[in-house]
Write a protein that binds this ligand. Structure first.
Ligand code: LLP
Length: 427
């Protein structure tokens, strides 16, 4: 995050506030999110894609009312994938026409609510859902704008992609075997639907552009087939999210302008070759916008040195505020931020306080050998998929999200209390 610095005593400051003061005021663990950095990233995506494209922030990465307001102010749209995310978006004043609803098993209630609210698009994930959405829209006397989510046969991994004939996963409708073409055929026959385009999302935390490029090419190929068969040009394509960020210094992420240039060029070139008008493009970055904007602040509770192995440094959070290490073997870095230390670096494992040994925050890290109870540790790049995937495991109280801007800090999601936990218990 760009406003994080160290002062002369080695204490990290964020937006001019030192972490010790932040810990004192807001407690630990807590997520601190740099509002300016978030807004700068929103603008970078908007500017990179320009006026002929839409940027839908993927709310699953992290969503709150404040986030929705910032997105609105920065001119971004919002991708939601559940009734809860939709409710948050609407409650915070995001205009419905700027919301897209996703999901592979949207409930009747979720679809009804979205259609009633007038969301800009619903991304259809199956044949059954297509019929369901059409019926709901007809019953409400509406025509719902929809895209069809296709699987393009590209399997995107972190540093590579493998083109596969079949994708063995639950999302979307396969281009292979004419499935997607059949979906278009059926959608065009349903009165409740206005088919506006095709959607493809190939995966997440991707560094290699090649997968996105193959996806863009195959989606345009489908538009061409649709034009040839039905004589219509679908006006929009959405190429999803998935751009990777740097979790450690080994990662070398692409910038929004690089992906924008690559995608727009391919779409333009392929459309020109097919004699198609260039469709309006949209993308759905989540992690790349919010991920780098936040860090988690923890306090060290115990330090256990295991001779000849490593040192276990236990912090006051863990897998309940960051499940990504346990779930995906994700890599993070960590720094001692409440003081400087000249002590030798020591191989450490930063672990949480939960009742299982897989409760690891940072698997391998070098921390100064004098790290001790009461020290504050910061884990950067925890803005995406940490608070949003947080749990109450062991009845942990989910940490607050504190926004820092212009030397001021304010809570945008408060810390849970024991009352919050008990409120759901009946009897
Ligand atoms: N659009 C669609 C349809 C998606 O399914 C996703 C993410 C995105 C956009 C945003 O992808 P992003 O730009 O954030 O990579 N919990 C996992 C990530 C799951 C992503 C699911 N879909 C993690 O912590 O790495």
């Amino acid at each position: 995050s760009r406003t994080v610095r160290r002062n002369a005593d080695g204490v990290v400051t964020v937006g001019g506030l030192d972490v010790a003061a932040l810990a004192e005021e807001f407690g630990t663990p807590a997520y601190f999110l740099d509002e300016d950095d978030f807004r700068v990233r929103c603008r970078a995506w908007k500017d990179a894609f320009g006026p002929d494209a839409d940027v839908f922030y993927a709310g699953k990465a992290f969503l709150s009312r404040a986030i929705v307001r910032w997105l609105h102010e920065e001119g971004l749209n919002l991708d939601v994938c559940s009734g809860g995310e939709l409710a948050t978006a609407l409650a915070a004043g995001m205009p419905a026409e700027r919301i897209a609803l996703h999901g592979n098993n949207k409930s009747t209630e979720e679809i009804t609510r979205a259609v009633e609210a007038g969301v800009g698009r619903i991304v259809l994930d199956s044949f059954q859902e297509m019929v369901r959405v059409a019926h709901i829209a007809e019953r409400l006397g509406k025509r719902q704008r929809v895209q069809i989510r296709v699987t393009v046969g590209v399997e995107a991994h972190t540093h590579e992609f493998i083109a596969t004939a079949h994708e063995d996963q639950k999302f979307g409708i396969a281009l292979a075997g004419g499935q997607a073409a059949e979906a278009v055929r059926r959608a065009l026959k349903l009165d409740g639907l206005e088919l506006i385009g095709i959607h493809s999302h190939i995966g997440s935390q991707i560094f290699d552009m090649a997968g996105f490029e193959v996806s863009a090419r195959r989606v345009v190929q489908l538009l061409t087939e649709v034009r040839d068969e039905h004589g219509i040009e679908l006006p929009e394509i959405d190429l999803g999210g998935g751009l990777g960020i740097a979790y450690t210094s080994d990662d070398d992420p692409r910038e929004p302008h690089e992906i924008a240039k690559a995608l727009s060029e391919i779409v333009r070139k392929e459309c020109a070759a097919a004699g198609l008008g260039v469709p309006r493009l949209s993308v759905e970055p989540g992690r790349a916008i919010v991920g780098p904007t936040a860090f988690t602040l923890y306090e060290v509770g115990t330090v256990k040195e295991l001779e000849g192995l490593r040192t276990y440094v236990s912090v006051d959070g863990g897998m309940s505020d960051n499940i990504r290490t346990a779930l995906y073997d994700a890599e993070y870095s960590v720094a001692l931020v409440s003081r400087t230390s000249d002590a030798e670096p020591m191989l450490s494992r930063v672990v949480g306080k939960h009742c299982e040994s897989g409760d690891i925050v940072v698997r391998d890290a070098f921390l100064p050998a004098d790290v001790a109870p009461g020290d504050l540790l910061a884990v950067p790049a925890t803005g995406a998929y940490c608070r949003s995937m947080a749990s109450n495991y062991n009845h942990a109280l989910r940490p607050p999200v504190v926004a820092v801007k212009d030397g001021e800090a304010r809570v945008i999601v408060r810390r849970e209390t024991e009352e919050d936990l008990l409120r759901l218990d009946v009897g």
